[in-house]
Design a protein around this ligand. Structure first.
Ligand code: SF4
Length: 484
């Protein structure tokens, strides 16, 4: 059966081509991103969205300016609540710390709530190699774990699959009778996952935000798996990037509102699970051990290299849903844990195992839709351009890209050269259009990639400037003014 997945072992360009040629994927992307983008607009329009965005931005800027102090405050408060804090510089440090905690607590089975940071560091593979069974419990993550795929979207990891693909997978892997009824499909997943929760020794989650003033780690979900992950197993471990902080409880609810509205168009999520420490005497549930792991993995480098604005990201996924490139190719084509505009910005800076990572900043039309949608007003197009500049400086750009950019810069520095180039382009494309019967379906050399999938537009025979001068001259003549 044809599916909406692409071959992830291929190089970047081949993945993009595969995605563009996969009609099932295009349908799945179109449906999901269109729905999520529409819901976001409705939810943001229902409030003073400019105020919400600027307050969230100010709060995140404050966090970036006071990062060391806030991290220490979080550590102090987690420990005062009876939890333990671990600092990790790289992926291997997190893997080592969790394996040590698991061995001490005799952990056999781990349940995980959705966590992009654990995808970033390939945590599941490390735990499996250490002999543990790991079960993803977010429905989307559970589906892709069964399929052996990585997530394709920050918020909706299985966005690339149609209902038909998921039903087919459940029939094969879980002996589900044939059906396309979402309720039946969810029921099968629920009863399978319930058994896993009841027998798990350790729960691992990411963290949507951690409150420095109380030492509280918060996870936002709609399925309840986060709460079961954080409260049912004996040991609960939170893995978070060092930027996932908010100073106060009030700030937490500001970010919560921006996140829910921007991610899935909700006023609030079904669950907000807040853990401030292990179970205390007399409490009926909660873990016996509570660990928080603070991960750098390139984030401080990002700050030092001038891309700290990207650390204000609250991982809502809104920029993915409006990006004309993501909407065509989906997340897997990027080849990174983080896709879309924010993925193209942070992937080259984080310590990820991504091939062709310096090609990602080019996966953008620079239309600015991502910046307009972002609840933290992150200027993603500016950073994408700066990353392209870095790639050119580091000689990571292709010869064609370098030559094209140098030629463009040379042309734009002189009005004479600019006008001459415009005339030549008009003449050249008119000639090509004439030779090919009016529509340019073939371009020579490196431009052939353009005409592989679409026609090349014909340049206007006369420039806007020439047309404007003519019109102005005409009006002045009518008014009887003298032309100089
Ligand atoms: S960059 Fe902005 S829109 Fe994109 S995921 Fe982050 S917060 Fe959301």
């Amino acid at each position: 059966m044809a599916t909406s997945t692409i071959d992830l072992t291929l190089p970047y360009k081949a993945r993009v081509k595969g995605a563009l040629n996969n009609k099932h994927l295009r349908i799945a992307l179109d449906r999901a991103t269109g729905r999520m983008a529409g819901q976001r607009v409705a939810a943001m329009t229902a409030v003073d969205s400019q105020l919400l965005r600027s307050q969230t931005r100010q709060m995140k800027e404050y966090v970036m300016r006071h990062l060391p102090d806030l991290l220490e405050q979080l550590e102090t408060n987690v420990m005062a609540n009876g939890g333990q804090v671990h600092w990790a510089q790289e992926a291997v440090d997190v893997q080592r710390v969790i394996v040590e905690i698991a061995r001490k607590a005799n952990v056999q089975k781990v349940v995980k709530s959705k966590s992009m940071v654990s995808e970033e560091i390939h945590l599941n593979q490390a735990l499996q190699q250490a002999g543990m069974r790991v079960v993803e419990t977010d429905l989307g993550e559970y589906i892709i774990q069964l399929a052996g795929e990585p997530p394709s979207h920050i918020v909706a990891p299985v966005l690339h699959r149609r209902l038909e693909d998921i039903a087919d997978l459940f029939q094969r892997e879980l002996d589900m009778p044939p059906t396309l009824d979402p309720q039946v499909i969810c029921g099968v997943a629920r009863s399978s996952l319930r058994k896993e929760f009841l027998s798990a020794d350790m729960g691992i989650s990411g963290c949507n935000f951690a409150i420095a003033e109380t030492g509280t780690c918060c996870i936002v979900t709609n399925e309840g798996h986060g709460r079961m992950t954080s409260s049912m197993p004996r040991v609960y471990v939170v893995v978070m990037g060092i930027e996932k902080l908010v100073p106060t409880v009030e700030d937490a609810f500001l970010q919560y509102q921006a996140l829910c509205r921007s991610a899935v168009g909700q006023q609030c999520s079904v669950y907000l699970s807040m853990t401030s420490g292990p179970r205390k005497a007399g409490e009926v549930d909660g873990p016996e051990e509570f660990h928080v792991i603070l991960l750098d993995n390139g984030r401080l480098d990002m700050l030092a290299r001038g891309y700290g604005e990207a650390l204000c990201c609250i991982r809502c996924g809104a920029c993915l849903n409006v990006c004309p490139v993501f909407r065509e190719i989906g997340g897997h084509a990027y080849g990174s844990t983080y896709s879309g505009p924010i993925g193209a910005v942070i992937s080259p800076s984080l310590h990820l195992e991504v091939t062709d990572v310096n090609r990602l900043p080019y996966a953008s039309t620079l239309c600015g839709a991502c910046r307009d949608a972002c609840p933290v007003q992150i200027d993603l197009p500016r950073m994408l351009v700066e990353l392209r500049r870095d790639a050119v400086k580091a000689k990571d750009a292709t010869v064609f890209d370098r030559t094209a950019i140098q030629g463009f810069a040379y042309t734009m520095q002189s009005r004479l050269r600019y006008e001459a180039a415009g005339k030549m382009a008009g003449l050249g494309t008119s000639l090509l259009a004439g030779l090919s019967g009016g529509t340019i379906r073939f371009m020579p050399g490196p431009l052939a990639a353009w005409t592989d999938s679409r026609d090349f537009p014909r340049f206007a025979p006369r420039s806007f400037r020439a047309q404007w001068a003519e019109r102005t001259r005409g009006r002045k003549e009518i008014r009887g003014e003298t032309l100089k």
